[in-house]
Design a protein around this ligand. Structure first.
Ligand code: IMP
Length: 205
């Protein structure tokens, strides 16, 4: 039987790598980037849940590939001590909070989170990812993945991106910015979301 191809609506090589690594355990599944994703304007990610935003993106980008299964994800970091913030607003946290300061968006977002966590005893945090698979407007499956961690009060490690330098993996005593690529891939919230989704995906048209 030919492999079932899932077209991921992202141009982020890190996300593609996470999905492809997880899919390697499913011989019948092939993960490819959705071509020509710049052909339509990026949809507004204005839902207040990860699932809502993943569905917005998957429905929008599925229009570029009629008859094909298109996957889209939404992800972020949720902090119980901040009532789940930054959550779906993870990529836009510093701007939302009008947090001043120099640096890239990722650096400012991280500084903003450090600032909001100052003096907090409950340091729990989780990376979350929700994935949606859509074909011709129909939602075929969804999946969720999580990684639990603890927030440090200063940066540690040079790798990764986003909030990784303060996201401690308690069992490893390392931040997500310090672990090697194989460890990172083996615990990716995106990879876990894909495995969850593939558990219920029925690709038969
Ligand atoms: P989006 O899924 O592309 O909308 O990105 C959500 C935001 O969540 C990113 O800009 C990062 O700030 C954060 N984020 C999601 N996954 C990770 C991760 O694996 N490491 C660090 N930050 C992440």
């Amino acid at each position: 039987m030919p492999p079932v191809t899932l077209y991921v609506a992202t141009s982020n090589p890190g996300k593609l790598r996470d999905f492809a690594h997880a899919a390697a355990n499913f011989p019948g599944i092939e993960i490819l980037p959705l071509p020509n994703i710049a052909a339509i304007p990026a949809p507004a990610e204005d839902a207040d849940t990860f699932l809502g935003n993943a569905l917005i993106k998957a429905r929008a980008y599925a229009q570029l590939a009629s008859g094909e299964i298109v996957l889209a994800d939404d992800s972020g970091i949720s902090v119980p001590a901040l009532d789940g913030a930054p959550g779906v607003r993870s990529a836009r946290y510093a701007d939302d909070e009008a947090f001043p300061g120099p640096g890239t968006t990722d650096e400012r977002n991280l500084d903003c989170l450090l600032n909001r966590m100052a003096g907090q005893n409950d340091r729990r945090a989780a990376y979350e990812c929700v994935l949606a698979a859509v074909r011709d407007g129909e939602v075929l499956a969804t999946g969720t993945g999580r990684v639990e961690g603890q927030l440090l009060d200063q940066r540690q490690g040079e790798g990764g991106f986003g909030y990784d330098p303060i996201f401690l993996l308690p069992t490893l005593h390392l931040t997500m910015a310090e672990v090697d690529m194989q460890t990172r891939l083996s615990m990716s919230h995106r990879g876990r979301a894909l495995v969850d989704l593939l558990g219920t995906l029925n690709p038969t048209p």
